[in-house]
Design a protein around this ligand. Structure first.
Ligand code: ADP
Length: 235
């Protein structure tokens, strides 16, 4: 099995890239989706959040109030408290899902799609410090695009041409704010094994994925053979 981290800033196109890899046979685990599921009422993560932050983060429906949580996290500077509850649980769930896939398909390519591969302080191992992504992934793919393109795509996704100029300006400001909380591409590039440049049309992204996919497949097969006891050929 090859464990791949697929990351990129908001609006870079990482979900689009993930879909293109999935269409070629990769197993994609989306961190956002797993996080949302684990934050549903009845889940341990939900319980831990309510215990930690109090009833003010629960909406009338009984679900977590996303806006209240965002306010507490970012305006009150408590995002690390929330991350300390959510991230280890999501990472452990991803690792478990990857192991299950690997048990059934030893040469699988498992892609974890997450905006926060480099940002999170949390890793697989209890108390792990430093660069926890290194032990979680065999390689990292970064999707890049300029800030203007990322902001434009975000606005397009949340409403696009139907938005009034005021709403558009609000969403643009929100996108910039969220991007400012992420590590810039220039710092992520040297930490990544592969970079997919996604400033151009979607076909260009697909072409890069077309080229990268066999490399991932090969690495997954080779890793599986090594694990199965077939070492490198020597004279
Ligand atoms: P992310 O997951 O990084 O936030 P998405 O993959 O959701 O980004 O892409 C954001 C939006 O931009 C989506 O609506 C997507 O369809 C669109 N998009 C992604 N890549 C391109 C591209 N190369 N050209 C045009 N639109 C794109």
């Amino acid at each position: 099995m090859l464990r791949v981290g697929l990351t990129g800033g908001l609006g870079s196109g990482k979900s689009t890239a993930a879909r293109l890899f999935a269409a070629r046979g990769a197993h994609v685990l989306a961190a956002d989706e797993i996080g949302r599921e684990m934050m549903r009422p009845g889940e341990a993560v939900y319980k831990a959040i309510v215990e930690h932050f109090g009833k003010s983060v629960v909406a009338e429906s009984g679900e977590l109030d996303r806006k209240a949580l965002a306010r507490i996290s970012f305006e009150e500077g408590r995002v690390e408290e929330l991350n300390a509850i959510v991230h280890p649980a999501v990472i452990a769930r991803q690792a478990k899902m990857a192991r299950e896939i690997g048990a059934k398909e030893p040469a699988a390519v498992v892609i974890v799609e997450s905006a926060l591969v480099f940002e999170t302080k949390h890793g697989d191992a209890e108390g792990e410090t430093g660069e926890p992504w290194r032990s979680r992934f065999d390689c990292i793919i970064l999707v890049t695009a300029s800030e203007a393109v990322k902001v434009g795509r975000y606005v397009q996704r949340v409403g696009g041409d139907a938005l009034s100029p005021e709403r558009r300006a609000e969403f643009e400001a929100e996108a910039r704010q969220r991007l400012a909380r992420q590590i810039p591409d220039e710092e992520k590039i040297p930490l990544s094994d592969f970079v997919l440049e996604n400033d151009g049309p979607a076909e260009d992204l697909e072409l890069q994925i077309e080229q990268l996919w066999p490399v991932l497949r090969f690495a997954a097969e080779a890793g599986h053979l090594r694990e199965a006891g077939f070492g490198p050929v020597s004279n």
